[in-house]
Write a protein that binds this ligand. Sequence first.
Ligand code: SF4
Ligand code: SF4
Length: 407
Amino acid sequence: MQTFIVEDFLITPDGEEADRILRSCVHCGFCTATCPTYRLLGDELDSPRGRIYLIKGLLEGKEATEKTQLHLDRCLTCRTCETYCPSGVEYGHLLDIGRHQMKEKVRRSLLERIRRFLLRMILPYRRRFSFLLRCGQMLRPMLPQNLQKIIPPRSKPGNIRQDIYSRKMILFRGCVQPALAPETNYAAIRILNLLGISTVEISKETCCGALDYHMAETGSASDFIKRNIDLWWPQINSGVEAIVITASGCGVMIKDYGYILRNDPDYADKARQISSMTKDISEIFSAEDINKLRNHMKHEHARTAFHNPCTLQHGQKLRDSTESVLQQLGFSLCDVPESYLCCGSAGMYSLLQQDLSQQLQQEKIRNLISGQPDLIITANIGCQMHLQQATELPVKHWIELVYAALQ
Ligand code: SF4
Ligand code: SF4
């Protein structure tokens, strides 16, 4: 694709990057048929190719309007288009640049700015979020049915018991997961222990920065990222082997730290190293001798359907890692049609684009239950909570399923 990006922007690092990515797109349109928003809305401007043209126009100095903003806002950042693009277009990186430029050019309404500000002031902060969630959980019995669905009941996994081994890995806790589903990391710790690995938790660790970054708040996202790097670095120097992630939405972001800070003279090298050490928990399992676990499996397995989050299959390009670990452990999974599709959770998308998000949620649930499972499993807290709101079946992280089978 030929580009005519305005000179002042073209000479910036983001300008060079956008130019490189735009030029790699041959506008073949192979990406459109699998784009969830194009499938729902049927509008080329809600497809990857359409959005690429919109971003190109924006960077070439065309007028930016609220309509352009709407088409970019409707993108889930699911990156399904990257999986199906034969030219390897880095759509996700281009979208981040486009959204940042859009923020500079089109001011949102006051109400929308307040809404976004409040979400950014609550969700990434573990204590604030936990406090509000606890309040909601206490009031839950008095709330209408539709609100009760949004607030999960309180879960208490008990005190975390940790065995000490010479092999150590940092276990990233995330911002909302410890309050919403503490049992996930509890199960991860116990199973890593069975594999002879201790986990290190960094108490002052912050949000991975994804929520701010995808809302084009790059300054605050950078602060989150650098804070985490500073906190992890002493552990990395003292022999930690990896940073283990149980929420694929955080994993895809931390694996991108190296890219995001590539031009930062103080952090580029550290960020690159941290990204290369970051592993989804399925990758850790794939590299270990998990037959040790299989020998301890005691339970009859329920019929299970796996929802592979976009951040795992498209963002981290780990399309089969979880399924192959589960199959190796002896679990059999139901077939799920159109498993490449997003569930509509997508970070804050379920709050900011409720109508589209709910349509995707319903479609995903239909596909997940088509094999009549007793249980749905996934690998990301956002998807887990979002799907749980639309089904009576339990929705869990897959690591909990493995842990339950070991009891
Ligand atoms: S992003 Fe890829 S698949 Fe989509 S139009 Fe461009 S080259 Fe084709
Ligand atoms: S990231 Fe997802 S929603 Fe956005 S254009 Fe690509 S496929 Fe469509």
